[in-house]
Design a protein around this ligand. Structure first.
Ligand SMILES: Nc1ncnc2c1ncn2[C@@H]1O[C@H](COP(=O)(O)OP(=O)(O)OP(=O)(O)O)[C@@H](O)[C@H]1O
Length: 294
């Protein structure tokens, strides 16, 4: 009798085979030898291991949030994925190829918007689109700019400069600019961190609406449990540093499209929220205890 081969592939390995982004044993050490402190004092600071043993696979079209205590290394990790900061050890693969620097396959959204202040909304987008594709036709370029200004609800503000816009509107420009280059992946570093609570809530829902339309892979750093639960498919919880690592990854089962009220009625909502709160309290309490020498 012939036997049917048993599929022995572990579900985790299955995920790694379909991953768009694979983070393998990544560590980041900031060298203490060449900083200003050592130049001024002649004393050598010790190397600082910010993050260590980071392993994470991210599949296409998923929204992943990274949460963890302040200073644990979230931005450090995102900057390495963006190619803005070199990896000390391990590797980060995008579609199987190691990341060697920044590229148009990854669009960045920053907390402080990082817009060109002397350019209008339209010019900020045009600059990004033309930088990525210098040979683009004017017709195609203008169509892309118009579509993305509409997408983020900024029609009518095309000729305004950043200083004439509210924080929420500036971040809409930041998001439109990142998407206008048609990246495979959006990297967002606390994109709503500088906004007031109401604008923040409003923009979170806008991001959910845009995500439903585009379903691009997103990696977002946040300090907000509610924000992570509203937007994410998976939530990566990091431990405190130094040598911060991934403690746990939560799967968020809420159906999409989502809104704040509906997800709060979901049977899993309170449990996930409590788990995140307890993780963050535990890690932050430990940071404080270490700081005061307890
Ligand atoms: N260029 C650098 N040189 C030395 N140490 C650094 C450098 N950049 C970051 N660090 C240190 O690495 C650790 C992680 O910093 P990082 O900004 O990635 O944390 P974070 O989790 O994003 O913080 P936050 O939540 O406060 O934004 C911190 O202890 C920080 O002081």
């Amino acid at each position: 009798m012939s036997t049917v081969p048993v599929n022995t592939v572990d579900p985790v390995d299955m995920r790694s085979q379909t991953a768009q982004l694979s983070i393998r044993q990544v560590a980041k050490v900031f060298s203490g030898k060449k900083d200003l402190f050592s130049k001024l004092t002649g004393k050598t600071r010790r190397d600082f291991v910010a993050i260590q043993d980071i392993n994470l696979d991210i599949e296409p079209n998923t929204f992943v949030s990274i949460i963890g205590p302040s200073g644990c290394g979230k931005s450090t990790l995102l900057n390495m994925i963006a190619g803005l900061s070199p990896i000390t050890s391990g590797e980060i693969l995008l579609n199987g190829a190691p990341i060697a620097g920044p590229g148009p396959d990854r669009g960045m959204v920053f907390q402080n918007y990082a817009l060109m202040p002397w350019m209008t909304v339209e010019e900020n987008l045009r600059f990004a689109v033309e930088t990525v594709d210098p040979k683009i036709s004017a017709k195609k370029r203008d169509r892309i700019i118009k579509e993305h200004i509409q997408l983020v609800g900024l029609s009518g503000a095309e000729r305004k400069h950043p200083h004439e816009l509210s924080g929420g509107m500036r971040q809409r420009v930041g998001i439109a600019r990142a998407l206008a280059i048609n990246p495979q992946m959006l990297l967002m570093d606390e994109p709503f961190g500088a906004l007031d609570a109401l604008t923040r809530a409003f923009l979170q829902e806008e991001v959910e609406r845009i995500w439903e339309q585009q379903r691009k892979t997103v990696i977002m750093i946040t300090h907000s449990i509610e924000e992570a639960l509203l937007l994410s498919d998976r939530i990566v919880m990091m431990t405190r540093g130094p040598a911060a690592r991934i403690d746990e990854i939560l799967e968020v089962p809420f159906p999409r499209p989502r809104d704040r009220e509906t997800i709060q009625q979901h049977p899993a909502y309170q449990g996930l929220k409590a788990e995140m709160e307890s993780h963050l309290f535990r890690e932050t309490r430990a940071v404080e205890a270490e700081r005061v020498g307890k």
